[in-house]
Design a protein around this ligand. Sequence first.
Ligand code: PMP
Length: 428
Amino acid sequence: YLGGEPRSQAIADDVPAEMYSFSALPEYRQVKQTSDELEALGMPNPYFQSHDKATGNMTTINGVELVNFAGYNYLGLAQHPRVCEAAKQAIDQYGASVSASRLVSGERPIHAELEQAIADWVGVDAAVAMLGGHATNETTIGHLVRTGDLVLHDSLAHNSIIQGASLSGARRRPFPHNDWEELDQILHDIRRDYRRVLIVTEGVFGMEGDFPDLPRFIEIKKRHKAWLMVDEAHSIGTMGATGRGIAEHFKVAPGDVDIWMGTLSKALGSCGGYIAGSADLVEYLKYTAPGFVFSVGMPPSSAAAALEALKIIDEEPQRVTSLHRNAEVFLRIARQAGLDTGRSRQTPIVPVILGDSMMTMFVAQRMLLQGINVRPIIYPAVDESAARLRFFINSEHTEAQIRSTINILRQLCEDIRSEDSDFLSNGG
Ligand code: PMP
């Protein structure tokens, strides 16, 4: 270009700001509008609240101690001295980063140790550990199926499953939540129109705290010659007598599920994701899954932390037992108090459905003022009528904490219901 007016000027002038300016982006303006509305109502922004230190059954925000129901550190291992020490030792030994894809020069002994421990834990041949749970789903689902294939996933599947399915180019079709009969019918009707079929469900559903009838899903996948993938993000370490997940809960053979996916970020107190299954599946992914091959190897500290967490869960079985007891106590007392706990079934996730986004935000804020940290889940994350507080129970909660939390919540709900005036119009 040698000067003068650029020839393309006239065309560029016509492009509206929302096509190139982030401040005019309609999607961003939506986000901005919500935070402006909260501000106008005098409510503090509930997102990105900074916690001062490690969080378990308690947390500290701006120096204020709170009973914590907002994190998925289910077994209290994220801040366990042995887990932290293992991470530190791994850094001393291997450094903070492996500085390469594992395929190239990023492989360290701690990776194989962790993967063998996960495979043994799940009860299958092999496992591969990836950088994040979300990335694991995205790259694995995105890679295993393609155009001409079909992904059938639960209608409440996590975003990472939907993203993976969309990325794959396969047809993506949700089936009604946990409805294995409908799934069976869909497969009966359309299985023959597709090559590979991947069914995806979850061990425990993160918004609902319920779980699928796994033996039925296994039966169906066998009958229709499909792959079955189970995302155990919230069930590994939490379900089953010893925390081995939904297969242990239902006493099914782990080998009956083709693809076990899990995260290291919840019960295992670390960060990362895994796929566990047959040696063939794992070898295939290790050589070809883009999010594994073209990404750096897991930091040794994360691998070591998760490995130590698995050892502790085995050595201290009371952690899982006490999680189960707390989940049972919370659900029972909440129901006795007349709270709507939706579909939750004695898992560490208990929603309390309030059915109105603003009211949910308001109650969450009031709970905070009374020393309890629980997060609101509001529209559009869920339907307006399903707006809720989501309680994550962990093994460290005491019965007294659970009882007083439910009492406070029940009282708040009663106060709101008994108020005739529009409590929100004056900011509560
Ligand atoms: N799957 C499910 C069902 C999840 O709930 C989550 C995260 N909450 C993920 C995958 C992603 O895991 P991570 O946060 O470890 O990336």
